[in-house]
Design a protein around this ligand. Structure first.
Ligand SMILES: CCCCCCCCCCCCC/C=C/[C@@H](O)[C@H](COP(=O)(O)O)NC(=O)CCCCCCCCCCCCCCC
Length: 218
């Protein structure tokens, strides 16, 4: 179960994240929540390696992951096996605040939407990393990816705090080392393998939310 994944403070390994994203899709292209959440847990490990400045980001992500894990392990767990079944179940049972925050402010659907938007940031950032050169700045790549995605959903104060955190990101070489893959060439190759997987999971989720008019859940 997702709840028994290795803890967030263990050493990060990109291969592991890649493996969990590979497990995310069923034959019929449904997204397994258990593996999606495990993928995020792996990524949070990375964030935790970067230091306490990123604590406020990792805290929010961990909190959201925990909400989903609680549903998954709860009495209605079988409805939360895939994103598709979760959406169906929560909508059919009026468990989602659709226009303004009310009694379902922690629905699975709205919680997952926050992670989904962050996955777009990840996709854009990793693509920049993959095509970067030795003198590229991780802080610039991260900031550009953020402005093109998540920033549009964040209030000024969060954007400001995120911008400050980006400034202390390690340089490209140190960043690649934390990824724990091998030489920069090997990192780039693995990013090339990971990106299509992440991108497919993102697209499927995006379509699902669009189909149900849920891309702006409060
Ligand atoms: C590597 C550098 C990491 C930079 C992370 C970039 C994302 C910046 C996000 C800033 C979020 C700030 C925290 C608060 C957010 C919430 O307000 C906001 C809205 O939630 P609400 O509607 O419940 O209020 N929450 C969110 O948008 C969810 C944010 C989740 C962020 C997860 C970021 C995980 C980063 C993992 C890094 C992995 C890098 C891997 C490289 C191989």
């Amino acid at each position: 179960m997702a709840g028994s994944e290795p803890s967030e403070n263990q050493k990060f390994c990109l291969q592991e994240v890649l493996d969990t994203f590979k497990l995310c899709l069923s034959d019929s292209k449904e997204v397994y929540l258990e593996h999606y959440v495990a993928g995020w847990r792996g990524l949070i490990k990375f964030l935790n390696c970067l230091g306490s400045v990123f604590g406020f980001i990792s805290k929010d992500a961990v909190n959201k992951i925990q909400i989903l894990v609680n549903y998954l392990n709860g009495e209605n767990g079988p409805h939360y096996v895939t994103m598709q079944s979760m959406v169906k179940y929560e909508l059919e049972n009026d468990l989602v605040d659709l226009t303004k925050r009310g009694s379902h402010s922690e629905s699975g659907c709205r919680t997952l939407l926050r992670l989904h938007r962050a996955l777009r940031w990840l996709e854009l950032f990793l693509e920049r990393l993959r095509t970067s050169t030795e003198d590229s700045k991780t802080s610039n790549m991260c900031c550009e990816a953020y402005n093109e995605s998540l920033a549009q959903h964040h209030p000024w104060v969060i954007r400001k705090a995120a911008g400050m955190a980006f400034c202390v990101l390690p340089g490209r070489a140190a960043f690649f080392e934390v990824m724990n893959v091998g030489t920069p060439e090997q990192v780039v190759a693995m990013l090339g393998e990971a990106l299509p997987l992440i991108s497919e999971v993102y697209q499927i989720t995006e379509e699902l939310y669009k189909e149900h008019n849920m891309l702006d859940l409060p």
